[in-house]
Ligand binder design. Structure first.
Ligand code: DX5
Ligand code: ZN
Length: 221
C-alpha cells in the first residue's frame, strides 16, 4: 500500500481567508481538500454548504474536493454538491432513507461515492453495496467538531474494513477522519487506511508543508 493521500480538513482553516488557505495547503503538498458539511441536525454544529464549494472551484481550485456530508436528509445536498463541483461525496448511511439510491445518484453524476461510519456504527450497511462505493470513511471521533482525540478502537475497525476491501477485489479508498496527527498516522496506515483527513494537526501549525512532510515521512517508514 503506497498510494497514500493526505486530505486536510478545511474545518480548521481560517474561514475569513478560505481560498488562500486552500491554495496554501495544496501548495504545501496536500492531495485532497476535505470539506465538512454540518447541518445542526444530524450533528450539533453548522458549517459550510454547496455555495462555498462552488466558490472554491470558481477561485480556481482544481484539486479533488472530498465532501463529507454530516446532514440529514442527504439527497438534496448530494444533488447540490454534484452541481457545485464535488469530486467525492460521502454520507452517513443511517442519515439516508435509501442508501442504494443515494450512492447511485452520486455515481450517475460521475462523482465518487462513499459511506461514512461513526465509531459505533456497524459495518453491515456495506453488505449489499460494496460494488457501489469508491470510498469508505471511518470516523475516529464522533462527528461534529475538529480537534478531538483519536478513538483507539478505530484501528481494529480499520483492519476489519481493509480485509473487506481486499476480499472484494475492488478499488475502494479507505479514509480515516478525526484526531489524525503526525504521531499516530503511521499506526493508522499500518491498520489499513490509505487516505488521511487531518484538520487541526495541519491548520493549527505555522508551516503546513513541514507538517505534511512529517506525515509523509511517517507513512514511508
Ligand atoms: C469531524 C470532521 C472532521 C474534522 C477533523 O466531524 O468530520 O473532518 O474536521 O478534524 P481534526 O483532524 O482536527 O480531528
Ligand atoms: Zn470530515
Amino acid at each position: 500500500m503506497s498510494d497514500f493521500k493526505i486530505a486536510p480538513s478545511i474545518l480548521s482553516a481560517d474561514f475569513a481567508r478560505l481560498g488562500e488557505e486552500v491554495e496554501n495547503v495544496l501548495k504545501a503538498g496536500a492531495d485532497i481538500v476535505h470539506f465538512d458539511v454540518m447541518d445542526n441536525h444530524y450533528v450539533p454544529n453548522l458549517t459550510i454548504g454547496p455555495m462555498v464549494c462552488k466558490a472554491l472551484r470558481k477561485h480556481g481550485i482544481t484539486a479533488p474536493i472530498d465532501v463529507h456530508l454530516m446532514v440529514k436528509p442527504v439527497d438534496r445536498m448530494i444533488a447540490d454538491f454534484i452541481e457545485a463541483g464535488a469530486t467525492y461525496i460521502t454520507f452517513h448511511p443511517e442519515a439516508s432513507e435509501h442508501i442504494d439510491r443515494s450512492l447511485q445518484m452520486i455515481r450517475d453524476a460521475g462523482c465518487q461515492a462513499g459511506l461514512v461510519f461513526n465509531p459505533a456504527t456497524p459495518l453491515h450497511y456495506l453488505d449489499y453495496v460494496m460494488d457501489k462505493v469508491d470510498m469508505i470513511l471511518l470516523m475516529s471521533v464522533n462527528p461534529g467538531f475538529g480537534g478531538q482525540s483519536f478513538i483507539p478502537g478505530t484501528l481494529a475497525k480499520l483492519a476489519e474494513v481493509r480485509k473487506l476491501i481486499d476480499a472484494s477485489g475492488q478499488n475502494i479508498r479507505l479514509e480515516v477522519d478525526g484526531g489524525v496527527t503526525v504521531q499516530n498516522i503511521g499506526a493508522i496506515a499500518a491498520a489499513g487506511a490509505d487516505t488521511f483527513v487531518a484538520g487541526s494537526a495541519i491548520f493549527n501549525t505555522d508551516d503546513y508543508a513541514a507538517t505534511i512532510e512529517k506525515m509523509r515521512a511517517e507513512l514511508a517508514k
